[in-house]
Structures are given as C-alpha cells and as structure tokens.
Design a protein around this ligand. Sequence first.
Ligand code: CMP
Length: 143
Amino acid sequence: MEKTFLMVKPDGVQRNLIGEIVSRFEKKGFQLVGGKLMSIPTELAQEHYGEHKERPFFGELVDFITSGPVFAMVWEGENVISTARQMMGATNPKDAAPGTIRGDFGITVGKNVIHGSDSPQSAEREIGLFFKEEEVVAYSKLI
Ligand code: CMP
C-alpha cells in the first residue's frame, strides 16, 4: 500500500490546525501510520529541502521550517501521494482552490500550512529522513 510524508508546518501548528488537518485525511479514508511533534534540526531541514538549495528563498525556507514545532506524519492508502497533494491545494495559497487545505487556511507561499511529498521517490526519501522504520506502524486488516 502506498505511503506518503505529510507535515503540518510551524504556522499550522501554532494556529492549532493539527486536528483539522489530521481529520481531513482520516475522513477521506487514509490511515495515519506515523506521527510526531518535533523541532527540525537545521541540518535535517537543509537535507529535506535539498532540491531547493539554489533558490533565492532557500535560507528563508530553512529558517521558517526550523522556527517552531512541526507535526510530521506518515499516511497510508491507495494513491495517497497524489490525492493528498490534491487535498493540500496549490503551493501558493493564492492559487489554491477553496476546499483545499491551503485554499482554506493559507495566505502566503512561505507560510502555506502543510508540506506533502510530490512523488513516490520523494515520499520514500522524506519518510526515511524523518522516521525510523519502527516508528511506522502496521494495522491489522481486521479493523
Ligand atoms: P513545500 O511544499 O514545503 O516545498 C517547498 C516550499 O518552498 C514550498 O512548500 C513553499 O512553502 C516554499 N516556497 C516556494 N516558493 C517560495 C517563495 N517564492 N518564497 C518563499 N518560499 C517559497
């Protein structure tokens, strides 16, 4: 079954949006298989956002994601990677449709509430960066 990495960013945590965001993915039918509230060390932030290191906003991005606690999650379900991206909405909240997480709660491209893996490769990489194997659980198929 497909897994993805999702993270409520410091703005979302500070605005008490963890419950709202978790609830949306639960109601959709996905399963939370890993989760932790954590402060991201600078080196982890730089590695996580490595593909953006040449961008002019890289410093700002790392400063923001390390500025307060985040809620890192692993979610499981059929097509969860692409469906979660649809539920998150466009990266820039000004372009995100109402009904999406960023469309409903975000205003600026930097403080856009949530991060989600954009491909199977990035999901595997990001889950591995943030979670040890034993921190990701498996549910019984009986429930
Ligand atoms: P995210 O999905 O976490 O992945 C990269 C992040 O870079 C993206 O969300 C945005 O929050 C951020 N980002 C993209 N463009 C800009 C920008 N022009 N200025 C600041 N941050 C940006």
